[in-house]
Design a protein around this ligand. Structure first.
Ligand code: C5P
Length: 399
């Protein structure tokens, strides 16, 4: 497969230096990169540094005879799979919204029929100005994709939204847009993973040994088949998968709320090891050991069952719901009971007895339990289990 090509337009803002890092990340991910640098952009980064990192000629001038003879503005956009504006200043966003074409960057943006992604960066008041917000609304309505600016201290000594998103986040958005179409393109998948932490006091909590690996692998596999993926993760140390929207939560209650706000979804996979109980009233200060006193008694309350709540029949029920059954005894009977009790379409049953090394390990040995049958898969890496499971989900979706 030939490498996908990004046409990167660098406009003039203090954040333009981050475009250099983005070019480096794009090249490392094997994308071809051609840069267009605006006149103002060249006040912040040089064509030479962009050229060295992109290993490609940098275009700056609409009327340069050499540029036009080598590659005109129409050809520049034709040769690209995606146009990306980083940083996108208030000025270039206004020009895009108004359809102005007074330099090479704005002309290419007006002439293109390729998808366009912008990563705005500007002073907070410029970003919040009704003119900029109206321009953003126009661009969104025309289908321009946006990596929203973040909030933080700015070069102008102000604080608020307007900081350019970090290059890895922009890369992730680019990867999603350039992903080849797959059987789950256009579908939204929700995945939970990891443990939950239920506080006892500000320093202690109830937890379990889940690593979040299997859920992360499932999220990545869903994204590979083209789905837009929301991953709701408990506290885990495994890295976030690329190209997936991640919500980090701590407790079961927060996980449920994050899942509900991610709906509607076409597919939901509940791989999290949610704590079954929480402490009725977590102490606000650290519970002290009192010499000679009895240990504190904890009153536990049941946590909401996230899977059962979301899988309950109703207009928002995802079409395919997958749960897990991690058991040490009566694996299949328990999984079959869970399938019915939780109204799931599939239960992935795995034996988590300590001698299997599955909980927290790199491999998994699962049975796929549905109303129709039970499939038993060999012991496989968690990535391979994820890929097979997601292919199974895509088949069920196609039925
Ligand atoms: O009932 P049990 O915990 O064995 O069910 C396991 C399945 O239910 C897993 O898919 C798990 O993610 C999900 N679950 C949940 N919310 C809970 C408990 C379990 O989503 N409170």
């Amino acid at each position: 497969m030939t490498a996908k090509r990004v046409l990167l337009i660098v406009s003039g803002g203090i954040a333009a230096f981050k475009a250099l890092e983005l070019v480096r990340l794009l090249r490392r991910a094997n994308y071809g990169v051609t840069c267009v640098l605006t006149k103002n952009g060249s006040q912040f980064v040089t064509p030479l540094s962009l050229q060295a990192l992109s290993e490609s000629k940098v275009y700056t001038d609409l009327f340069s005879l050499t540029d036009e003879s080598e590659m005109g503005h129409i050809q520049l956009s034709r040769a690209a799979d995606l146009l990306v504006v980083v940083p996108a200043t208030a000025n270039i966003l206004a020009k895009m919204a108004a359809g102005l074409a007074d330099d090479l960057a704005s002309t290419v943006l007006l002439a293109t029929d390729k998808p366009v992604l912008v990563a705005p960066a500007m002073n907070v008041r410029m970003w919040l100005h009704p003119a900029t917000q109206a321009n953003m609304a126009v661009l969104a309505q025309r289908g321009v994709h946006v990596v929203a600016p973040t909030e933080g201290a700015m070069a102008c000594n102000e604080f608020g939204p307007g900081r350019l998103a970090e290059p890895p986040e922009i890369l992730a958005a680019i990867e999603v847009l350039l992903r080849p179409a797959g059987p789950l393109t256009g579908r939204h998948a929700l995945v939970t993973s990891g443990p939950t932490h239920e506080p006892i006091d500000p320093v202690r909590y109830i937890a379990n040994r889940s690593s979040g690996r299997q859920g992360a692998a499932i999220a990545a596999a869903l994204a590979e088949l083209g789905a837009r993926v929301t991953l709701v993760r408990g506290p885990v140390s495994v890295p976030d998968p690329d190209g997936v929207t991640v919500h980090r939560v701590e407790t079961a209650q927060q996980m449920l709320e994050a899942c509900q706000s991610a709906l509607p979804a076409d597919i939901a996979v509940f791989a999290a090891a949610v704590a079954d109980w929480r402490v009725e009233q977590a102490a606000t200060g650290k519970i002290k050991k009192q010499p000679g006193a009895a240990p504190p008694a904890l009153t536990l309350l049941p946590n909401p069952d996230i899977l059962a709540t979301i899988a309950a029949a109703g207009p928002n029920r995802p079409r395919i719901v997958v749960g897990f059954a991690a058991e040490t005894d009566d694996l299949l009977a328990n999984a079959q009971a869970k399938l019915v009790r939780k109204n799931a379409d599939f239960i992935v049953a795995n034996d988590v007895s300590p001698e299997t090394g599955i909980m927290g390990g790199a491999e998994n040995a699962v049975h796929i339990v549905s109303a129709a049958d039970v499939e038993t898969w060999p012991r496989l890496g968690k990535d391979e289990v994820a890929r097979r499971l997601v292919r199974r989900i895509a088949e069920a979706f196609a039925d």
